[in-house]
Write a protein that binds this ligand. Structure first.
Ligand code: KDG
Length: 351
């Protein structure tokens, strides 16, 4: 009920903005009844694509690939402007901008998406995916599509899954090799209840924070540590403010390529096919970039002075056992049947 009401509110705000010229229809986006969509007139529409990571990160390289494909395939009728490092705001702000049609694309992790579509919380269950091949099979298959379809009632269109990657812990206090070592560490987590409760269950003291505030918080010692994939840790230069890296791989984090539904609905069918294909193509390219450099990032982080600690199978099993109650609690909230579908798909992908 709540979700429907909020979607209704967002939808009516978008219509109100468009009707009084508040929305920027020259960028595509929602159209009023008395004006044909610019795309149908063959006018150029512009996609403003914003992310939180910087321009060195594979997430931005993926957007550059998306831009290249779309501008070429559309013969210039679709132009793409790229923004990085939170220039357009944090994940929540950018997702709300998509809902209102004042921005067209963003590519957040599933964690912040769960605040808009609660079912997405399943993708941040600790130790859900055993490896990236299984993650690809599940996300790019029927189950992944089912979750993307849920985005539409939030005025969002999910066009593809990209890869953030397996998340590792960094901190400034100590090398973390066992469950015991988490005790008392103040760890920044994404604004996502599963992450918060999982780090409490591991014995840490989690604090939720937007990605855009993270570096400063570590620099000022507001938090002892954080958790992110190696690409982010290296390319965002966390080695400048963090001393210890542990190979916890506690969550596999997908990105979702999101497009504003008012904008997408204003495109011609041909243009919709172009952006859909481009998001998928660029996603394959982006996943490859993340994976081929993952191990090299660890070496580079050690060269920058970080102490790297591997986690033994026995110690990882203790961490897995510690977070089971959190998975049980959120399985109820997401819906036991839907969660079972995800686990069944994971099992099938390993046959
Ligand atoms: O915009 C980038 C963020 O969505 C992504 O980096 C989220 O992993 C993330 C974090 O730690 O906030």
């Amino acid at each position: 009920m709540k979700k429907t009401l909020s979607a209704l509110l967002v939808g009516s705000m978008a219509v109100f903005l468009a009707a009084c010229g508040g929305g920027d229809n020259s960028k595509g986006g929602g159209t009023t009844d008395d004006a044909a969509a610019p795309a149908e007139q063959g006018e150029a529409v512009t996609i403003r694509a914003g992310i939180g990571l910087n321009s060195e990160h594979p997430q931005f390289k993926g957007l550059e690939k998306f831009k290249e494909i779309v501008e070429e395939e559309s013969n210039g009728t679709i132009q793409v402007e790229l923004y990085h490092s939170g220039q357009l705001g944090d994940d929540r702000t950018m997702m709300e901008a998509l809902q209102l049609g004042s921005q067209e694309v963003t590519v957040p992790s599933t964690a912040p998406i769960a605040n808009f579509v609660p079912e997405f919380a399943v993708f941040d269950f600790p130790f859900l995916f055993p490896n990236s091949e299984v993650a690809d099979a599940v996300l790019d298959g029927e189950v992944g599509t089912k979750f993307l379809d849920m985005l539409e009632e939030q005025n969002l269109v999910g066009l593809a899954y990209w890869e953030n990657g397996f998340r590792n812990l960094t901190n400034n206090e100590r090398a973390v090799a066992t469950l015991e070592d988490f005790k008392g560490l103040t760890i920044r987590t994404m604004e996502n209840e599963v992450h918060l409760e999982a780090f409490r269950a591991l014995g840490a003291n989690p604090t939720p924070m937007a990605f855009t505030e993270l570096f400063t918080a570590m620099q000022q010692g507001t938090v002892d540590g954080q958790e992110n994939p190696n690409a982010t840790i290296y390319l965002e230069k966390y080695y400048e403010v963090q001393s210890y890296l542990s190979d916890t791989r506690h969550v596999y984090s997908p990105f979702v390529f999101l497009m504003s539904k008012p904008f997408y609905d204003g495109l011609t069918e041909e243009q919709q096919a172009i952006v859909r294909e481009a998001a998928l193509e660029a996603g394959k390219y982006q996943r490859e970039l993340v994976r081929q450099a993952n191990e090299a990032y660890i070496t580079s982080l050690q060269e920058e002075g970080m102490t790297y600690t591997e986690i033994s199978d026995e110690d990882r099993q203790e961490m897995i056992d510690a977070v089971q109650p959190v998975i049980e609690k959120f399985s109820e909230r997401v819906g036991a049947e839907l969660v079972q579908e995800v686990y069944d798909a994971i099992e099938a992908a390993q046959q």
